[in-house]
Design a protein around this ligand. Sequence first.
Ligand SMILES: NC(=O)c1ccc[n+]([C@@H]2O[C@H](COP(=O)([O-])OP(=O)(O)OC[C@H]3O[C@@H](n4cnc5c(N)ncnc54)[C@H](OP(=O)(O)O)[C@@H]3O)[C@@H](O)[C@H]2O)c1
Length: 301
Amino acid sequence: MPGAVRILGAGAMGRLWAGYLPAGAAAFVQRPHTVPHPIDYQFCDLNGHHRRVTVADARDVTGTPEVLLVMTKAQDTQAAVAAHLPDLPPEVPVVLFQNGMGCQQAIARRWPERPVCAASTTEGAHRPDDQLTVHAGAGHTWVGAMTPTAHQQLSRVIRVLAASTRPVDCEPQILQRLWNKLIINAGINPFTALLDCPNGALPEQDYYRRHIDPLCLELHWLMEAEGLASPGPQQMRAQIETIARATANNSSSMRSDVARKRPTEIDYINGYVWRRGEELGLSLPVNRMLTEQVTALSATC
Ligand SMILES: NC(=O)c1ccc[n+]([C@@H]2O[C@H](COP(=O)([O-])OP(=O)(O)OC[C@H]3O[C@@H](n4cnc5c(N)ncnc54)[C@H](OP(=O)(O)O)[C@@H]3O)[C@@H](O)[C@H]2O)c1
């Protein structure tokens, strides 16, 4: 059915998936009160081939969607989902693609009867300008259930996403998977934003070297308190630095957001760790300091 895959968030991720799904399969859910209009853009795939993609506005398509993919930034997600959910039949699965942690749990808590899934993806996309979306890094996507009814919908979600030809798998331990990515984001994003450096420069920076071991220890304490399998602080640091070096020329999304004077996802990365720690009676001062410094930096930009 045309427009059966509804995508909320026509940014880099939304356009990446719309670019790979079969022609006509995706439709963008736009902000309410905007005039319905299709979105047109150039899509550059992993081989550097450009093609034009046109995606319908969800208000211009009929029929019940198969799935809602939510590809807004973490801080926009609750409001965006709340605005759209009344229009969505209760059995339609909602798949949350946000980095970091906190908005997945908040949405699952708020709509416990809904099939809510979380996705963790290592695909990388960016938009150098409004007309162009670039698939910058080949990755893999894992999807897992966040609410009881989501379990029955997982195979449907995987089938819909796999039509893109991108690799997608079911993940029974989705929280562990999200945490593994949170460790990397918590160790790279705030430092690259504060130091205004590409990922590869991080391991040599004094500020990073001063704080990375206590940061990893705090992540380890929180994972243990949550009953999750922690790789241990030393292994965390090794993983962070391996990724930083493997993506040496990349600018993290947080550094880019600060440079573009856009809100960052810090509250869902180090901010989540600090506040979740407080809820569990843990003091996690390095995560708190990084959250406050990135917040202050964004405010002055
Ligand atoms: N890009 C990547 O490579 C990548 C990789 C892994 C995970 N992720 C995660 O995926 C999520 C999206 O990232 P992104 O890079 O695609 O961000 P992005 O380029 O900023 O796209 C987010 C989109 O959501 C739209 N939006 C916000 N609120 C909305 C609402 N209420 N209704 C409709 N649209 C709304 C924004 O519109 P406006 O521009 O008008 O505000 C924007 O087009 C983030 O959590 C990110 O961490 C991204």
